[in-house]
Design a protein around this ligand. Structure first.
Ligand code: TYD
Ligand code: MG
Length: 454
């Protein structure tokens, strides 16, 4: 079988005909390895050489609606999943070691078990006694979750086949190995083959399978993107060290929305769900200060208020610094260029530092106007009033573009006590009692109105 081995990039999963020092797809060095094919035709090696049976073909219209889901009972997690774990599905939960994946899934498993579900938690990393210790610390000591400490996929699948659980958690996919593959656990071929078998098993036996995957320092689930392609849902659990909150983000979801986030706080008794994240992200905010602007963004279907902070200082360098945390560097460059060429405001000779408070990462382009406001406010040393919220996308012409979900953003701002909003003109009426909405057609108008004296 080894004769038709191929080469695969462990960074991007691209296939190559021969070994090469550099992957010409992702340009990474030393990432290409030789790899035996996953299966070759109808007699798959990983299935022990048995020939397959013919598969059933069903007409689209006669297929029944998807079955109900396994609710985990953790509202943030269920929402990110799109209403619980789908049956006959596989979910990959990725994240840095120590971020709290095992804690999250143990809590989810315990909740599920409380709803009379048959839940099995297989750990290849921790002894059952360690998990038991953690469970008691989380106050879940008497949950009816069954634990196993196992790494052999053949044994795990045999057990699952006999037990028929509703939910199985495999912690982590990097510790699982198949005895007919000659590679160490955690290697690309083991991870790929194990994930493949597990996903296939979950689909056939109508089980919700959750696979934990550690992320390498490059931010990829060790081994391969290939696992991401195999599963139905990919969730990333993220957080900054030193910050107590964690963000669960869906980056792929065949059964629900993507870009939805769930927010948790790591406490002494496990992960607590944060149902009002705006309060959390604004909680450390001091009184109005130059360079600080509150932005109303959308994270998935939810509005989220965060503070954008800018610092502008005279630069000793011939090439002034542009340092960004939590936002796209190119976005800052664009906003500075628009301020310069459309509003005549130059940042030449000035260092610019930009930060999203709380360690959040923002990709929503409607942060543009808030960034511009923070830059202007820092540059002029003039703070916006404490009750002000800003959002809007800036186009290269300097015009402000309308953004989606204005009403949700306005309502969230009002809920948190903000009463004055600066937003792009969108030709619609935005009357919400108790708040003033100022609409601006272009960046120049906004800047002139707010920071006229320069
Ligand atoms: P863990 O779930 O083991 O992380 P992962 O599975 O992603 O590697 O979480 C480990 C960290 O979480 C550890 O540093 C301690 C912290 N923690 C708490 O702060 N409170 C708790 O109740 C628990 C169980 C863990
Ligand atoms: Mg763990």
């Amino acid at each position: 079988m080894g004769k038709s081995a191929s080469y695969i990039c462990t960074s991007c999963g691209a296939k190559h005909a021969r070994w090469n020092g550099q992957c010409d797809v992702c340009k990474e060095w030393n990432t290409i390895i030789r790899e035996a094919p996953l299966s070759a035709g109808p007699t798959s090696r990983s299935l022990g050489g048995r020939r397959g049976n013919s598969i059933d073909l069903t007409s689209l219209s006669s297929i029944e609606d998807p079955p109900e889901r396994n609710l985990t009972g953790m509202t943030e997690l269920d929402r990110v999943l799109g209403g619980g774990l789908a049956l006959a599905s596989a979910t990959l939960v990725g994240g840095d070691p120590g971020i709290g994946k095992s804690t999250l899934l143990l809590q989810a498993a315990a909740h599920c078990a409380r709803n009379e579900k048959n839940v099995i938690y297989v750990s290849g990393e921790e002894a059952s006694s360690q998990i038991r210790l953690r469970a008691s610390r989380l106050g879940l000591g008497n949950a009816s979750v069954r634990l196993a400490n196992a790494t052999s996929l053949r044994d795990i699948l045999a057990t699952l086949d006999a037990e028929r659980p509703d939910l199985v958690i495999i912690d982590s996919i990097q510790t699982i190995w198949l005895d007919n593959i000659e590679a160490a656990p955690g290697s690309l071929s083991q991870v790929r083959a194990s994930a493949h078998e597990l996903v296939d098993f979950a689909k056939r036996k109508c089980i919700s399978a959750v696979l934990v995957g550690h992320v390498t320092k490059e931010g990829l689930i060790a081994g391969p993107r290939v696992v991401e392609h195999m599963v139905d849902t990919v969730l990333y659990f993220e957080g900054e060290r030193g910050h107590q909150f964690r963000i669960l983000r869906s980056v792929k979801n065949r059964y629900g929305p993507i870009d939805e986030i769930g927010i948790f706080e790591m406490t002494a008794i496990g992960l607590e769900e944060v149902s009002n994240p705006s309060e959390l992200f604004l909680s450390g905010r001091a009184k109005p200060a130059p360079g600080s602007v509150v932005f109303a963004g959308m994270e998935g279907s939810r509005p989220l208020l965060v503070e954008i902070q800018a610092l502008v200082a005279r630069s000793p360098l011939s090439q002034p610094r542009r340092t960004v945390l939590g936002l796209d560097q190119a976005r800052l460059a664009m906003i500075l260029a628009v301020l310069e060429s459309r509003c005549g405001i130059s940042f030449a000779g000035l260092d610019v530092f930009l930060n999203v408070a709380g360690g959040l990462k923002i990709t929503d382009p409607s942060a543009d106007l808030a960034v511009a406001a923070a830059l202007m406010s820092a540059r002029d040393g003039k703070s916006l009033e404490a009750d002000t919220v800003v959002f809007g996308e800036i186009s290269l012409s300097g015009a402000l573009r309308p953004v989606p979900q204005v009403e949700k953003r306005l309502k969230e701002s009002k809920k948190l006590g903000f009463t004055c909003l600066h937003i792009p003109a969108d030709g619609k009426r935005s009357d919400i009692k108790g708040i003033t909405v100022e609409k601006h057609g272009d960046l120049g108008g906004f800047v002139a109105g707010k920071f006229e004296e320069r």
